[in-house]
Design a protein around this ligand. Structure first.
Ligand code: CLF
Ligand code: SF4
Length: 497
């Protein structure tokens, strides 16, 4: 196994007590990337049927992605459209960052891999097909993969991502297959805008170009969205934000998909570089800055619910969002004929149920305390945390390759965004150039909460105006941030008094 593994992903499944202890401990023995985010969806926020569908899905519930993992199997290489941000040699940009998939799988190979992962990764709750082409166009492979897997792991959630063109042909089959979650990538509702993103589509055995191609794509996407919503399937809409092409237009997309019943809207930044070999990469079309992405997301407030914890996964990603354990489960590493053993996943689920309740209760108590102590008009703070899952501050500063950033004010704690960077600590020691990059990644952040940090990086951060604290090491994220907030507001009050 790779050593670049989130500790949560490598929990040995023993008793519930040992799981709690392992998660709370975190610490030096654990290396790798952080995951998690801070949604406050609760059972009472939605109807029971919807809650049952989202509560264990790491993409549809921000809270769930502290606890649950997805895996993608790359069984669908064929695609029926051309996006200017894709060159087909790479993962589907619908659901992944550019990077070739390690291997393309047959449905039988995919099922073998899923069973092997389910035996090793108790957090696994979702099987997704997100390319590297289009899952609805390469339908027979998608369908056969789902059939083979659910025959052995009936409780796994099935999820697919598509450009939408072929989706209307499979709506009833999706219901029959118990697919609860479908993502459609919708970058436009105006074909004139679409013509700048899609040079052609392949539809009804013909290649169609220009505005006409985008008009058909748009109509099929809307037909798919309406048909899925009518059948009770949760639809997430992914939109790639392309500066100068659809940035302002995405507000209209957001309003339209909300009107039609999309459950979530995920506005993702275009990833574009000449070395990707895409049309946009080669013609200098840039992706948005973090501020531009945030501005579009903020402009969409009040429209369709926004997903902010997307990690733009590879089409063969395995693990919690933000981690990539795919290389641990290549075909040459998994058993020839694994037999599924449900024990680990069942034990894990029982434990997570209790842990989530505990965390929610702690967050609610901390919120009540904050409202009693802090004026409603108190300013907002941005606080970063290092976490390796479980909703806790359980990662050392030097190991973090990602910071979860939360905004906090008197009304509560909300996940805001994540920032990636290289981990500061390499081979047991810190690296100055890496600290500079971490400081750049933490630009605008008031305080970073960590499980542990050395004097050197603490001082380096302080000189850049960022406070590092390990006072809430291994605690739940929300109560810790609220405790910090109360402390800071009390200090502020003392200064002004
Ligand atoms: Fe995969 Fe997509 Fe299903 Fe999730 S990913 S098919 S909905 S199981 Fe998730 Fe990855 Fe973002 Fe996609 S973080 S790229 S939204
Ligand atoms: Fe590439 Fe996906 Fe677009 Fe097809 S739908 S061209 S695979 S990004």
């Amino acid at each position: 196994m790779s050593d670049n593994v989130v500790a949560l992903g490598t929990l040995a499944i023993g008793s519930k007590e040992s799981l709690s202890a392992a998660l709370a401990a975190g610490g030096c023995s654990a290396t790798g990337s952080a995951t998690g985010c801070g949604s406050k969806e609760k059972p009472e926020d939605m109807d029971p049927a919807t809650w049952a569908k989202v509560k264990d899905h790491p993409c549809y519930s921000e809270e769930a992605h502290h606890y649950f993992a997805r895996m993608h199997v790359s069984v669908a290489p064929a695609c029926n459209i051309q996006c200017n941000y894709c060159n087909r040699k790479y993962d589907c940009s619908n659901e992944s960052r550019p990077g070739v998939v390690s291997e393309r799988l047959t449905p039988e190979e995919a099922a073998r891999k899923v069973i092997a992962v389910a035996n090793e990764v108790p957090q696994l709750s979702v099987l997704g097909i997100a390319g590297p082409g289009d899952s609805a166009y390469d339908w027979l492979k998608t369908k056969e993969t789902f059939r083979l897997v659910t025959a052995q792991i009936p409780d796994i959630k099935l999820c697919l991502s598509s450009n939408g063109l072929a989706l209307p042909d499979h709506l009833d089959e999706l219901v029959e297959m118990n697919v609860d979650h479908v993502t459609i990538t919708i970058n436009m509702i105006d074909p004139e805008v679409g013509a700048k993103i899609y040079p052609w589509i392949f539809y009804n055995r013909k290649r169609i170009y220009g505005v006409e191609a985008s008009r058909i794509l748009h109509e099929r996407q809307m037909e798919a969205l309406d048909g899925l919503v009518a059948r009770g399937i949760l639809v997430k809409v992914n939109s790639v934000l392309i500066p100068g092409i659809n940035d302002a237009h995405l507000l209209e997309v957001n309003r339209e998909v909300k009107r039609r019943g999309a459950f979530l809207h995920n506005i993702m930044p275009l990833i574009s570089a000449p070395e990707h070999g895409t049309h946009f990469g080669l013609t200098g079309q840039r992706g948005p800055t973090a501020a531009e992405l945030l501005a579009v997301q903020e402009a969409c407030a009040g429209g369709a619910n926004l997903m902010k914890h997307c990690r733009q996964c590879r089409a063969d990603a395995v693990g919690l969002l933000g981690e990539d354990r795919g290389q641990e489960f290549t075909l040459d590493l998994v058993p020839e004929a694994p037999v599924y053993d449900p024990a680990a996943r069942e034990t894990y689920r029982d434990w997570v149920g209790a842990e989530r309740e505990d965390r929610r209760a702690a967050a609610e108590a901390a919120q009540a305390k904050t409202e009693a102590a802090v004026a409603a008009s108190s300013p907002k703070l941005l606080v970063a945390v290092t976490t390796q899952g479980g909703g806790r501050i359980n990662q050392h500063f030097g190991h973090a390759t990602e910071f979860q950033v939360f905004e906090v004010d008197a009304t509560g704690v909300r996940f805001a965004f994540h920032r990636r960077c290289d981990n500061y600590c390499v081979d047991g020691g810190g690296a100055d150039d890496r600290l500079d990059r971490v400081i750049a990644a933490l630009d605008g952040i008031d305080t970073v909460l960590v499980a542990k940090i050395g004097d050197c990086p603490r001082e380096g951060l302080a000189s850049a105006g960022i406070t590092a604290r390990d006072s809430w090491a291994h605690d739940y994220i929300e109560p810790a941030i609220l405790a910090l907030y109360r402390e800071r507001m009390a200090q502020k009050q003392a200064i002004t008094a």
